[in-house]
Ligand binder design. Structure first.
Ligand code: G3P
Length: 231
């Protein structure tokens, strides 16, 4: 399963990219507005930091302008993925941009019918929003299960299911259980995945027992400079 992070915050992106666990980034106009920088510059910088796919969304709603915007975004870097909304014009733009060789992420998907249309349009990714469905008392994860099953019925479908609007670690675990290809995680949720109280408790016990032995793995001088470097 690929891990993307859902943010335009470059500090977060640099920090999490350093873990080596990131396969890509997704942004949207709200995340760009929140980060506060120039859109095109921000996308370029993100593409430099993360070698994987970086989604940048068009803001027009008509076919012709979406295609023009998509073409401009595609020129920013080789790893830009054009994000278009799941509308009739959006899917027309998806088809055109795919024919031109760009990758396209079709966003704002809330039904299996929409996901079938996106696959027909040749989308590289379909982004169903699980959290926003949960917010209206409809199971977001049921939608993921349905789309994964439908796409599995047709081996020629290459569209990858990119689970978006993730709100907590269980969304990610369930998405993995269902075989979704990608999860885009808010940075805070990605950080939460590392945590387990038994890990903390077990590590504290190991370290206390180790300290009692009075030994070091590194030479003493090396251990001292490593500790100083961390401080
Ligand atoms: O980037 C699209 C999606 O992940 C948005 O999530 O939390 O605004 O519903 P959210």
């Amino acid at each position: 399963m690929k891990f993307f992070i859902d943010t335009a915050d470059l500090n977060e992106i640099r920090d999490l990219a350093a873990t080596g666990l990131l396969d890509g980034v997704t942004t949207n106009p709200s995340l760009i507005a929140k980060a506060g920088g120039d859109f095109l510059e921000t996308v370029k910088e993100i593409c430099d930091v993360v070698p994987g796919d970086v989604s940048a969304e068009v803001t027009a709603t008509d076919y012709h302008t979406m295609v023009r915007e998509g073409q401009r975004l595609a020129k920013l870097a080789d790893n830009v993925v054009i994000k278009v909304p799941l509308t009739m014009d959006g899917l027309k733009a998806c088809k055109t941009l795919r024919n031109e060789g760009a990758k396209v992420n079709v966003t704002l998907c809330f039904s299996s019918a929409q996901a079938i249309l996106a696959a027909k349009a040749g989308a590289t990714y379909i982004s169903p929003f699980v959290g926003r469905l949960d917010d209206i008392a409809t199971s977001g994860m049921d939608l993921i299960a349905d789309i994964v099953q439908i796409y599995d019925n047709y081996p020629d479908i290459e569209t990858e299911v990119l689970v978006a609007s993730i709100r907590h670690p269980l969304h990610l675990v369930e998405a993995a259980r269902m075989g979704a290809h990608v999860a885009t995680l808010p940075p805070a949720v990605l950080r939460q995945l590392f945590n387990h109280p038994l890990t903390d408790k077990g590590l504290a016990a190991f370290l206390a027992d180790w300290e009692a032995t009075g030994q070091t793995i590194l030479e003493e001088s090396e251990a001292a400079s490593a500790t100083a470097g961390r401080g």
